[in-house]
Write a protein that binds this ligand. Structure first.
Ligand code: 6PG
Length: 245
């Protein structure tokens, strides 16, 4: 299904995202007793998380995962978990048992990826099916820590992960610093009940335009938006600047 695109100012986009989480929470808690979400780092986290902390959503029944993590300790300013903890999870009083951070500070990243995969499948099923994944956008069209040209984008990766594919992988050579990271794979993002992509600022405009309108675009973002069931795209006016009117 083609993506639903919402262009607006930041307060409007924050309100829309809070409603998305609220709708998903009501449906998921009624059906399965909990909401399971995965979060990004970067500018989307900075712009939205404090507002989400105040939204009237049942965060105490929500399990929080991350779509990716940088290989840094949780207290490091670059930690995606640390950012979410400061802006959202601590202010909202989320119980510790609901917070499933990826151990970016583990020296053996392959081991950290295996543990994160196990924790994810224990909560979200095997293969995992998240209720909501919130995804930021790189200027090069990367999502999570899946960068253009990486093997997780091969056609075989489309659809649900097979029993042989781990849902979380270690990344050792990301072009965006830091190079060492952990990431959910594209099949896990694609399997989510709701994929929400958010992009803010003029620097993201070309990646957004290509992903939505260039039929030959092969970036992870293009693949995600083409293949996810009913993605929602939240854009400020600068990020939407190159879209046809
Ligand atoms: C991360 C993110 C990553 C991010 C994009 C965009 O760990 O860095 O999860 O995928 O969303 O790189 O980041 P900015 O919005 O900060 O440019």
């Amino acid at each position: 299904m083609s993506p639903e695109i919402v262009v607006g100012d930041l307060p409007g986009l924050r309100g829309r995202l809070a409603r998305e989480f609220d709708d998903a929470a009501r449906a998921a808690i009624a059906a399965r007793g909990r909401l399971v979400v995965a979060l990004p780092g970067g500018s989307v986290a900075e712009a939205f998380f404090a507002a989400l902390a105040e939204a009237p959503v049942d965060w105490s029944s929500t399990d929080f995962f991350w779509i990716d993590e940088r290989a840094v300790p949780p207290g490091d300013p670059d930690s995606n978990y640390g950012l979410a903890s400061r802006l959202w999870l601590t202010p909202a009083g989320v119980p510790a048992a609901r917070i499933h951070r990826m151990a970016g500070d583990e020296r053996d990243l392959a081991l950290a990826a295996r543990r994160a995969s196990e924790e994810l499948t224990a909560v979200a099923g095997d293969p995992p099916r998240l209720d909501v994944v919130l995804v930021g956008v790189g200027e090069d069209g990367h999502v999570a820590s899946i960068f253009p040209g990486r093997e997780v984008l091969t056609p075989g990766a489309v659809g649900l992960p097979s029993a042989h594919e781990a849902p979380v992988e270690a990344v050792y050579d990301a072009p965006k610093p830091p190079p060492r990271r952990l990431t959910m794979t594209l099949p896990v993002l694609l399997a989510a009940r709701r994929v929400v992509v958010a992009a803010l600022g003029r620097a993201k405009a070309q990646a957004i335009r290509d992903a939505l309108h260039a039929s030959d675009a092969v970036t992870p973002l293009a693949h995600l938006l083409r293949t996810a069931r009913a993605p929602l795209v939240l854009l400020d006016r600068d990020a939407a600047d190159l879209l046809p009117t």
